[in-house]
Design a binder for this molecule. Structure first.
Ligand code: SF4
Length: 226
């Protein structure tokens, strides 16, 4: 019986035969040539549908197993393990690139986060990051493992939020941060998350649960925020 092919970020569909492939850049912002290439690839390999996922990706639904590699090649992207089933993502609002309320350049900053850290290897739990360009929080940063909000004086960084069966609001770790300060803290924070998600007592747990068990103080210390 077939199953998801995680190394290729290919998700088995309900027909038990075909797969959904994940395409589309950070934030779901596509230029016309990229959109055209995705549509042409979908047509060439007989995808039945294109779907915008909750993680702002475009899923090509209905790709045959034998066409997966060729379809990714035509798309010009490498599959990222962890992007399937929304286990890992960076969800970002348009920020001041497109939105009149935006206080900071979320799209460029999300690109830096992706470039430095994505995919987040060996973290045995979900890693959901939300980056919003103002307090309107259109990408719900308060319920992400890591939430970032842009304001005129800098970024607010939150950690420990989650949706799902135990909805939790993230806690603020720091305010008024510059881009490099956030990246530096994220480096420490993600290493801590990776280590904790592999430790016996906190194996596979979400960041918010780990914070409850080990204490926000410990996380703050690890991140150099005391
Ligand atoms: S969070 Fe703010 S900047 Fe981002 S889309 Fe919503 S209103 Fe615009």
């Amino acid at each position: 019986m077939k199953d998801d092919i995680l190394s290729k970020a290919a998700v088995l569909q309900r027909d038990g035969e075909t797969y959904a492939l994940m395409a589309g850049p950070i934030g779901g912002v596509l230029d016309i040539p990229t959109a055209r290439r995705i549509a042409q690839t979908a047509k060439k390999y007989g995808a039945q549908t294109l779907k915008l996922t909750g993680a702002q990706r475009l899923a090509l639904i209905g790709i045959k197993e034998e066409d997966i590699d060729a379809a990714y090649e035509d798309l010009g992207i490498k599959p990222v393990q962890g992007s399937e089933l929304c286990r890992q993502y960076i969800k970002v609002c348009p920020g001041n690139t497109f939105c009149s309320r935006g206080q900071r350049d979320t799209i460029t900053f999300a690109g830096k986060v992706a470039e430095n850290f994505y995919p987040f290897p060996k973290i045995q739990a979900k890693v959901k990051i939300g980056i919003a360009g103002c307090f309107n929080s259109c990408v719900e940063p308060a319920i992400k493992d890591i939430g970032i909000i842009g304001l005129p004086k800098g970024w607010i960084l939150m950690a420990g939020g989650a949706g799902g069966k135990d909805p939790t609001l993230g806690e603020v770790l720091a305010r008024n941060l510059g881009d490099d300060e956030v990246l530096d803290i994220l480096d420490k924070l993600l290493k801590y998350y990776r280590g904790a998600s592999q430790r016996h007592q906190t194996r596979n747990m979400r960041l918010g649960v780990i914070m409850q068990k080990e204490g926000k103080d410990r996380l703050m210390r690890v991140c150099g925020l005391e």
